[in-house]
Design a protein around this ligand. Structure first.
Ligand code: ADA
Length: 574
């Protein structure tokens, strides 16, 4: 299952999830591995960092234009059909697709060469305080599409004069020049059958009981056309955390009066804005109380199935949370679908954690960040649960060169989406020179764990500095706070690393943050323990090679702090 709703009624598609052949690059040994899945799940590859090739067969009943979509491959994929390169992609956390015209009827071999190695080629996946797994870690599907097809549909809800309106943008693409989707700048061609002249088409749509206005357009061979319509919608129930109403937006593409393609998106009517130092949802102030959650689980690494995603959200909800931060990368759309359905507020962010200026000056950094932001917003735009876009967690925001990169990334987000505020979690306390750039200021603070300082005093210092350093009048979020505990470590002395001490430190922090009406949110670091990379730095000092600041461990076994959080979150409405 790739999404929680059916995305097509007309377009023919099939998931390719299941058991694939796999050959490990370094030993040449062959395996059968599950897709989606991490190769680290196999006892031979518990810490394997390198390359490997997945293979499977697929069949098409008639000559077709094939679209292959990968929801996530960690961390670099090179995709081949019958030995011909069709696309490549960097970054485990964003979807990508290959469009291959001229595929003959019959059986074909799909090969995905996967690489999770570190080095200059990878500016974002580096040794870090989380683990970069290897594998085809999210779902895969194949679709048969016409030469002119619907590439994406973006819906922007608007509320004006007591009426819900919406802007629908439909991107129609022609495969005219038979190119793979130009992902990360890589474009491949299978054959050069160029259709001559433009194709005239018509787009129609429905949302709930509302018929959408028909739009007509034309598209150049190999080009794309974006058609936009705005209209009022009747009988709408807004999307709110309390009542997360969702609607299917169905669009159809016709050529010469014949319907040839379709696209179904699921949307919610809500607006997000920033005003008077607060974040507003449908013009009402919201307070985001929740967790930082890595896509990592003791049973399955980053390839988390729906049932375990649902369990995570059930546990967060049980603790009284209403929000989750996708630290530090875009999340699986299945998880975002669950958040849409459950009314969980999401801070989604691009892929970056703790990159200093040297890392940010990697020649691949700018392009890899730009690709990640583009793919994150192109694919996740319609999720009503996402209420804020984040970038560059704890990167070099204290430097002029770093500021240029922050500014460029905020500008890219604003070009792509004017409907959501932006933020970035800083740890460059008193030295950050980028607080004037985002709509919301966020900071990570470990009073009581890394800094043995009184929480209240340190918090006031931080809030005063933020107001003086460009954040005045902006909403403020405590994006990370917490402490570590080894699951099962109980000690009446309440020493560090005991569950008792973790609960105490979280309590001390919550007592302060809960009393500060200036805050628009507070995210505990972190929901669950997660694996970290041993090579490459101080993370090797992490006990068990895990970041142990979870309120539950990696198997979701609750620590004492679970009930401490529950006690506070259940009675905290900001
Ligand atoms: C930072 C970082 C997190 C995690 C945390 C910690 O704030 O943003 O990813 O590494 O510190 O546990 O120290």
């Amino acid at each position: 299952m790739l999404r929680l709703f059916q995305q097509h009624e007309l377009r023919k598609g099939k998931e390719l999830n299941g058991m694939w052949d796999f050959v490990r690059e370094d030993t040449g040994k062959a395996y059968r591995l599950p897709v989606p899945g991490c190769w680290e799940q196999h006892p031979d590859m518990l810490a394997y960092r390198g390359q490997g090739a997945y293979r499977t067969k697929l069949a098409v009943e008639q000559d077709t234009c094939l679209r292959l979509e990968f929801k996530g491959v960690s961390h670099t994929a090179r995709v081949f059909l019958d030995g011909e390169a069709v696309t490549e992609h960097y970054n485990a956390f964003t979807p990508f697709a290959a469009v291959i015209p001229g595929v003959k009827a019959g059986e074909h071999e799909l090969t995905v060469q996967v690489d999770n190695s570190f080095g200059e080629h990878s500016a974002l996946h580096i040794p870090n305080d989380y683990y970069t797994y290897g594998g085809i870690t999210r779902g895969v599907c194949m679709e048969e599409i016409p030469e002119v097809y619907i590439e994406r549909v973006h819906f922007t809800p608007q509320y004006r004069d007591g009426v819900w309106r919406g802007r629908t943008e439909v991107t129609v693409r022609s495969t005219g020049r038979s190119v793979g989707s130009s992902v990360n700048g890589s474009v491949s061609s299978i054959d050069s059958s160029v259709s001559c002249g433009k194709t005239a088409f018509c787009v129609s749509g429905w949302l709930g009981e509302n018929a959408m206005m028909e739009m007509a357009g034309e598209v150049e061979p190999g080009g794309e056309t974006i058609l936009t319509t705005e209209q009022e919608f009747a009988g709408i129930t807004p999307w709110t955390p309390e009542e997360p109403a969702l609607y299917l937006l169905k669009t159809r593409l016709s050529v010469d009066g014949k319907e040839i393609d379709d696209c179904i998106e699921r949307v919610g009517f809500r607006t997000v804005s920033v005003k008077g130092g607060h974040i507003l949802l449908n013009d009402s102030r919201i307070f985001m109380k929740g967790f930082n959650r890595h896509e990592d689980h003791g049973m399955c690494g980053c390839a988390i199935p729906l049932q375990l995603m649902a369990q995570d959200l059930d546990l967060m909800r049980d603790m009284g949370a209403n929000a989750v931060r996708t630290c530090h990368y875009p999340n699986d759309e299945l998880f975002l679908d669950l958040c849409d359905e459950r009314g969980i507020l999401v801070w989604e962010e691009n892929h970056a954690r703790g990159l200093d200026l040297e890392h940010m000056m990697n020649p691949n950094f700018d392009r890899q960040c730009e690709d990640c932001i583009r793919e994150m917003i192109e694919n996740h735009y319609n999720h009503p649960s996402i209420v804020i876009w984040g970038i560059l967690n704890e990167c070099a925001s204290e430097t002029e060169e770093g500021r240029k990169k922050y500014a460029a990334q905020y500008a890219q987000i604003r070009r792509m989406d004017q409907s959501r505020p932006t933020t970035s979690a800083t740890c460059r306390h008193f030295t950050d020179i980028c607080l004037d750039l985002p709509d919301v200021v966020s900071f990570n603070m470990y009073s009581g764990w890394y800094q043995d300082v009184p929480v209240k005093e340190r918090h006031e210092q931080e809030m005063d500095w933020i107001a003086s350093a460009g954040g005045a009048g902006k909403p403020v979020i405590v994006s990370e706070f917490g402490a570590a505990a080894i699951y099962g470590c109980r000690d009446r002395s309440r020493c560090k690393w005991s569950e008792e001490r973790q609960a105490d430190i979280i309590r001390e922090n919550l007592e302060v943050y809960q009393k500060d009406p200036r805050l628009s949110g507070a995210f505990i670091w972190q929901f669950a323990d997660c694996r970290v990379t041993e090579e490459g730095g101080w993370f090797a000092t992490r006990a068990r090679s895990h970041n142990n600041k979870g309120v539950v461990d990696e198997y979701r076994r609750p620590k004492i702090a679970y009930d401490t959080v529950k006690e506070f979150f259940e009675n905290w409405n900001g």
